[in-house]
Design a protein around this ligand. Structure first.
Ligand code: CAA
Length: 252
C-alpha cells in the first residue's frame, strides 16, 4: 500500500501489480490501517484510491489465497472485507475511486464502497464470482443493487459478465469516464472541487446520503431536517452565505 499526501488530498495505491492488485488479508489489513490514519489526519480532506500500474485497479480478492479456505476462513475473510469497506462508508471524508483498469470482484466492491467513481476508458468492471463457484463477498450483492438497481445487479452478478467503462457509465455504475491514463488526474480535479467547499457540510452530506440509504424515505427526510439544522450551528454556514452575498469566495 502506498500513500502520498498533497494539499489536502491523500492518494492510496493498492500495490501488488504482479497479481493485478488482488486483495489478500494482509492488503485489506493495511488498507484499513491507512484509511484509519487518514481519517484522523486533520490535514487530509479527500482520499483517492487507485491501483498500481496501468492495467488494473483491483482484479478482485486473491484467488490463490482463497482456494483452500474452509467455510469459517471464508466467513472471516468476508467479514474483514466488509469491515474494511464499511470503514470507507463511515469515513467523514469523501473517498474517490480512480479506476485505472480492471475492477473485478472485490475490486469492484472496493469501488462500490467509495463515494465517487472515475473510470478510465480501458477499465473493465464486473462481479465474476459465480464463475469461481462463489458469490461476491465484500459487499457486491448489497452495494451493487443499491447503486444500479436489483435488475442490473442481478444481470451482472448472475452472468458474471464484464462491462466496459462506457456501459458502466450508462448504468450509473461509475460517475465519469475519462481517457486511458487520466483517471487519477481527473479524480484529483473532482477532489479539488470538493476541497473548495465547506468540509463540515461535505461530511454531513455524505453521512446523510449513506444513512438514508438504509431507512424509509420519511425517516430519511427527518434525518435531513436534523442535519440541515445542525449546519446552522457551524461557522461555515455564516461564512458560505455571507461570502455569496458579499460576492467573494468563502474561506473554509
Ligand atoms: N487473484 C489472484 N491472482 C490474480 C487475480 C486474482 N483475483 N487476478 C489476476 N491474478 C494474477 C494471475 O493469476 C496472473 O498471475 P501469474 O502471472 O502468476 O500467472 C497475474 O495476476 C496476471 O493476470 P493474467 O495473466 O490473468 O492477466 P490477463 O491480462 O490475461 O487477465 C484478468 C486479466 C481478466 C483480470 C484475469 O487476471 C482475471 O480474470 N482475474 C481474476 C478476476 C476475478 O475472477 N476476480 C474475482 C475474484 S473472487 C472475489 O473477488 C471474491 C470476493 O468478492 C471477495
Amino acid at each position: 500500500m502506498l500513500t502520498e499526501k498533497d494539499g489536502g488530498v491523500a492518494l492510496v495505491t493498492v500495490n501488488r501489480p504482479q497479481v493485478l492488485n488482488a486483495l489478500n488479508r494482509e492488503v485489506l489489513l493495511k488498507l484499513r490501517k491507512v484509511l484509519e490514519e487518514l481519517e484522523s489526519s486533520p490535514d487530509i480532506r479527500v482520499v483517492i484510491i487507485t491501483g498500481a500500474g496501468d492495467k488494473s485497479f483491483v482484479a478482485g480478492a486473491d484467488i490463490a489465497g482463497m482456494v483452500e479456505m474452509t467455510p469459517d476462513d471464508a466467513r472471516e475473510f468476508s467479514r474483514l472485507g466488509h469491515e474494511t469497506f464499511g470503514f470507507i462508508d463511515a469515513m467523514t471524508k469523501p473517498v474517490i475511486a480512480a479506476i485505472n483498469g480492471y475492477a473485478l470482484g472485490g475490486g469492484l466492491e472496493l469501488a462500490l464502497a467509495c463515494d465517487i467513481r472515475v473510470a478510465a476508458e480501458n477499465a473493465r468492471l464486473g462481479q465474476p464470482e459465480v464463475g469461481l463457484g462463489i458469490i461476491p463477498g465484500f459487499g457486491g450483492t448489497q452495494r451493487l443493487s443499491r447503486l444500479v438497481g436489483p435488475g442490473r445487479a442481478k444481470d451482472l452478478i448472475l452472468t458474471g459478465r464484464t462491462v466496459t467503462a462506457g456501459e458502466a457509465l450508462s448504468m450509473g455504475l461509475v460517475e465519469y469516464v475519462v481517457p486511458q491514463g487520466e483517471a487519477l488526474s481527473f479524480a484529483r480535479r473532482v477532489a479539488s472541487q470538493i476541497l473548495e467547499k465547506s468540509p463540515s457540510a461535505v461530511t454531513r452530506a455524505k453521512s446523510a446520503i449513506n444513512r438514508g440509504l438504509d431507512i424509509p424515505l420519511e425517516q430519511g427526510l427527518r434525518l435531513e431536517e436534523e442535519e440541515f439544522s445542525l449546519c446552522f450551528s457551524h461557522p461555515d454556514q455564516k461564512e458560505g452565505m455571507r461570502a455569496f452575498l458579499e460576492k467573494r469566495k468563502p474561506r473554509y
